[in-house]
Design a protein around this ligand. Structure first.
Ligand SMILES: Cc1ncc(COP(=O)(O)O)c(C=O)c1O
Length: 478
C-alpha cells in the first residue's frame, strides 16, 4: 500500500473535520434543546400516555439497520427517540426506582459527553477526578463516617455490591484472596436479608464464595431481618464448619423499601467480628433529609455502604457511591501493577481507577455536583421528603377503602397493595393499567401472594394522581 503525501493527509483531515464544525453543533443542539423542551411539556400532560405501549417487534422494525438505512439528521432521530421512549417525567411513571432528573442534567451530560474525559487518572480528567472526591466525601459525611473513610463512584448498585463485597473478602478471608483466591476450602459465609436485592448474592457467586455461601435471613412482618433468626443461623453455620464473615442489611429493600435495624446489626457484627455491609442503593437518599435520616440510624457503624445517586438523589443513570468506613479496605481491594496507567505502590486519591472496577469511566460526579451547587442539597432533601410523605398519604387512601389492602406501612416511597381478590386479578389489573398508559406500575410476589407495587420518585406525581390510579384499578374489570 502506497503512503499518502502530507498534502493528501491534510486534505483528508480537513474533510473529516466537517463533522466537528462548532457552528453545526450549535445549530443541532439548539434544535434538540427545543425538542427536549417540548418533551418535558408533553410529559406534564396527564392525558398523554406514560409510554407508547408499542410491541417490541414492531418497534424493532421501525429502527432499521444503522448502516443500510437512509442518512438522517440527529434531531430527526432524537425526535423519534423521545416519541418512542417511556417518559419518566410523566406524573404517572410510578413503576420503577428510576429518577426523573431535573433538566439541568441535560446540559451537564452534553458537556460531559463532548469532553469525554475518563475518570481513571488525574491528568486525563482533572476536574472530574476532583469532583468525584468532593462528592464521595459529601456522601461519607452524610453517612456519618469519620476522617478515615474512603470511597469511589461506580456504574450502578450491582457493581457497587461486588466492589464492597470484594473489599470484605480481602479483609475477612484468612489468606490473600486477591492473590491466591480462596485457598484451603475456606467456607466463607454471608448472611443476607431474605429481602436483599439479587445483586448481593450475585456478587458472592462472582467472588468465588459460591451462591451457597449466601444464607438468607428471614424477615418479620415489616420485612426487617429477624435478629433472633440471624443468631440461630450464625450458630448453625459455625456448627457446620462454615466461617461467617459478613451481614448484608437493607436500608430500603427493593420490594417494600423497608429498613433493617442497622444499630442492632452493627452490635451483632461487632460481637462476632463480622463485616456489616449496608445496601442503601435505594434508601441512602434519606440521609440528606432531616425528616427521614433516622431510618438509617447506625449506618455510620457499617464497614461498607452502597448508595445509588441515580435513585433518590435525582441523578441520571448511573452514579453509585461505594463508601467504606476505613479507606484502606478499598485501596487493597484492587491491587494490580499497570505501568501503562497507574502509579506504583499505594495509589494517591487522584487516581480513581485504582479503587473501582472500571478503567474508562464517565464523569459520574458532575451532574450530582452541579445539582447540589445549583438547586442545593435542601432541594434534593425536599424531593426525598415529598416522595416519602406522598407514599404515606397514599397508604392512608388505600386503608380508607374496603376494596383495597395495604401490605405494610411504607417506610420510604415504595407502596405495595392489592385490590381484594385473587392473584390473577392483580396481574390482569397491572397489565390493563400499563396498556391504557395513564400509569406505569409494577408488581411483586410477597408472602406467597401477588402485590401491586408503586415507587414514587417523581415530584410531579400528586396525591390526586394516586386517587385516580385507585379509581382506575377499582372500576376496570380486567
Ligand atoms: C436495594 C437495591 N440494591 C441494589 C440495586 C441494584 O442497583 P443498580 O440497578 O443500580 O445496579 C437495586 C436496584 O433496584 C436496589 O433496589
Amino acid at each position: 500500500m502506497k503512503d499518502l503525501s502530507a498534502g493528501d493527509l491534510d486534505r483528508r483531515s480537513a474533510r473529516l473535520a466537517a463533522a466537528y464544525d462548532p457552528e453545526r453543533f450549535a445549530r443541532e443542539s439548539a434544535t434538540v434543546t427545543k425538542l427536549v423542551h417540548d418533551h418535558l411539556e408533553r410529559a406534564a400532560d396527564r392525558d398523554r400516555p406514560v409510554w407508547p405501549a408499542t410491541e417490541p417487534d414492531e418497534l424493532y422494525e421501525r429502527w432499521p439497520d444503522p448502516e443500510s438505512a437512509p442518512p438522517a439528521e440527529a434531531h430527526e432521530l432524537l425526535a423519534e427517540v423521545l416519541a418512542d421512549s417511556t417518559s419518566q417525567h410523566h406524573p404517572g411513571f410510578i413503576g420503577q426506582q428510576l429518577s426523573a432528573p431535573p433538566p439541568v442534567v441535560g446540559p451537564v451530560a452534553m458537556v460531559s459527553a463532548i469532553l469525554n474525559n475518563s475518570v481513571a487518572i488525574y491528568e486525563g480528567a482533572p476536574v472530574a477526578t476532583v469532583l468525584e472526591r468532593r462528592v464521595v466525601s459529601w456522601m461519607a459525611r452524610k453517612i456519618g463516617y469519620g476522617e478515615g473513610a474512603g470511597g469511589a463512584l461506580t456504574s450502578g448498585g450491582t457493581l457497587g455490591a461486588l466492589t464492597a463485597l470484594l473489599a470484605m473478602r480481602q479483609a475477612k478471608s484468612s489468606g490473600d484472596a486477591w492473590r491466591d483466591g480462596l485457598a484451603g476450602g475456606e467456607r466463607l459465609t454471608v448472611f443476607v436479608s431474605d429481602q436483599a436485592h439479587y445483586c448481593n448474592g450475585r456478587a458472592c457467586a462472582v467472588l468465588g464464595l459460591g451462591e451457597r455461601a449466601v444464607i438468607p435471613v428471614p424477615t418479620d412482618r415489616t420485612f426487617r431481618m429477624r435478629l433472633e433468626s440471624l443468631r440461630e443461623l450464625q450458630r448453625k453455620a459455625l456448627d457446620e464448619g462454615r466461617r461467617p464473615v459478613a451481614v448484608v442489611a437493607n436500608a430500603g429493600s427493593t420490594a417494600t423499601g423497608s429498613h433493617d435495624d442497622l444499630f442492632a446489626l452493627a452490635d451483632f457484627c461487632g460481637e462476632h467480628g463480622l463485616w456489616l455491609h449496608v445496601d442503601a442503593a435505594h434508601g441512602g437518599g434519606a440521609l440528606v433529609s432531616s425528616r427521614y435520616a433516622s431510618l438509617l440510624r447506625g449506618i455510620e457503624r457499617a464497614d461498607s455502604v452502597v448508595w445509588d445517586a441515580h435513585k433518590m438523589l435525582l441523578m441520571p443513570n448511573l452514579c453509585t457511591g461505594i463508601l467504606v468506613r476505613e479507606a484502606r479496605h478499598l485501596s487493597v481491594a484492587f491491587r494490580q501493577d499497570a505501568a501503562y496507567l497507574l502509579a506504583e505502590g499505594e495509589a494517591p486519591w487522584y487516581q480513581p481507577a485504582a479503587r473501582n472496577f472500571e478503567t474508562t469511566k464517565p464523569a459520574m460526579a458532575l451532574p450530582l455536583y452541579v445539582v447540589l451547587r445549583t438547586l442545593g442539597a435542601g432541594y434534593v432533601a425536599d424531593c426525598v421528603d415529598y416522595a416519602y410523605d406522598l407514599a404515606r398519604a397514599f397508604a392512608r387512601e388505600i386503608e380508607e377503602r374496603d376494596d383495597f389492602e395495604l401490605l405494610v406501612e411504607p417506610e420510604s416511597n415504595i407502596v405495595c397493595f392489592r385490590r381484594r381478590g385473587p392473584d390473577d386479578l392483580q396481574v390482569a389489573l397491572r397489565e390493563g393499567v400499563n396498556r391504557r398508559g395513564r400509569f406505569f406500575i409494577m408488581k411483586t410476589m410477597l408472602r406467597g401472594a401477588v402485590w401491586l407495587r408503586v415507587v414514587l420518585m417523581n415530584p410531579a406525581t400528586r396525591i390526586g394522581d394516586l386517587r385516580d390510579l385507585l379509581a382506575e384499578l377499582a372500576d376496570n374489570e380486567p
